[in-house]
Design a binder for this molecule. Structure first.
Ligand code: SF4
Length: 344
């Protein structure tokens, strides 16, 4: 069983490409994070934290966590790591911030590096695993192998850190089968959380060149939803919560048209969750031709999942059953993941 992961309010600090030994072919962190990539001084970090903890939103949150994202934190010079972590330390000591998380590469961890992180209150390390297939990793210019991921997860778990695994379906050389093998391999390593970031073609990357040369074809949205659905079901059945599906919308991604191709959708996670829910409730729906008009009853919290994105869930159910849904009535006496229907 994996540990119970606490829910934190995250104060993100983006370090685009800082510490990265080279550029992976799909990656353009300045665009993804909407951050220039300038080095953060300890004062910048203090200012970010001060602004965050004074905001109305944060005042209501019990548990707060500072997160260093967007680069290879543990490949930064030791002095840079300790300066940045040191800027968070006073807030941890006063109990204002409860912990720190950071993202890094699987080949950039060692006992020595963990010795640096531990005293500062780093509790979660998220690994950019991307794939467990060595050919996919090679074609993406990752510069590490699946063995590095195996080693990194082992050493993090041995030392008691929470481990996150970030996975990218749809990289060059990947396929549905290869990606599901990646998922199975990751399940075997028992990380505490996972994220799914389907591959997008972002302007200025080597992947964009390959796409323009017709040497790379991104996944379609429908396939991506199906694959993420299967991956989520498998990971979560194994006790590994999937805490994010798809990149966050950022103004630079959306307004400037920086995504050239790929399965981008502003609500990809919701589409996947809705598809998973439909699979759960399917046995409780009328069979095709059984009736023409129905009222659905479902737990109140689950109605948005049934409705789906712009009512696509309703249309899907109507196609599956041949019955028109006249209304969905909240009914919390119905078990989670189930529905009841009334024939009209
Ligand atoms: S994927 Fe990670 S390691 Fe590769 S360039 Fe981007 S931030 Fe750096």
């Amino acid at each position: 069983m994996s540990k119970k992961i606490k829910k934190y309010f995250i104060i993100p600090i983006f370090l685009p490409h800082q510490g990265c030994p080279h550029r992976c072919i799909f990656c353009q962190q300045q665009t993804i994070t909407n951050h220039s990539g300038n080095q953060h001084t300890p004062d910048d970090i203090t200012n970010t934290i001060e602004l965050a903890i004074k905001s109305k939103h944060h005042l209501n949150q019990k548990l707060k966590e500072v997160a260093f994202y967007g680069g290879t934190f543990t490949s930064l010079p030791v002095a840079s790591m300790t300066k940045m972590l040191g800027a968070v330390r006073p807030y941890i000591e006063k109990g204002i911030i409860q912990s720190i998380r950071l993202s890094t590469r699987p080949d950039s961890l060692s006992e020595d590096k963990l010795n640096i992180l531990e005293p500062f209150g780093v509790s979660t390390v998220e690994l950019g695993v991307q794939s467990m297939d060595n050919r996919v990793l090679l074609l993406s210019n990752r510069g590490h192998t699946s063995q590095d991921t195996i080693n990194a997860v082992k050493i993090l778990k041995k030392r008691g850190f929470n481990v996150g695994a970030q996975l990218m379906p749809g990289l060059p050389g990947d396929s549905n089968e290869i990606f599901m093998d990646t998922v199975d391999n990751i399940i075997g390593l028992k990380p505490d959380i996972a994220r799914l970031y389907p591959t997008l073609v972002i302007r200025g990357t080597k992947l964009a060149q390959l796409y323009k040369q017709r040497k790379y074809t991104p996944m379609g949205l429908k396939d991506t939803i199906n694959l993420c659905k299967e991956a989520c079901i498998r990971l979560e059945n194994a006790g590994i919560p999937v805490i994010r599906i798809g990149l966050m919308s950022s103004p630079s991604l959306l307004e400037k048209g920086e995504i050239i191709a790929g399965p981008w959708h502003p609500s990809l996670g919701f589409l996947v969750r809705s598809a998973i829910h439909l699979e759960k409730i399917r046995p409780y729906l009328p069979s095709m031709g059984e009736t023409k008009n129905i009222l659905l009853c479902a737990p109140k919290e689950e109605i948005p999942l049934i409705m789906g994105y712009k009512k696509s869930g309703i249309r899907h159910i109507e196609t599956l059953t041949g019955a028109m849904i006249k209304d969905i009535i909240p009914d919390d006496s119905i078990a989670s993941g189930e529905v009841a229907f009334k024939i009209l």
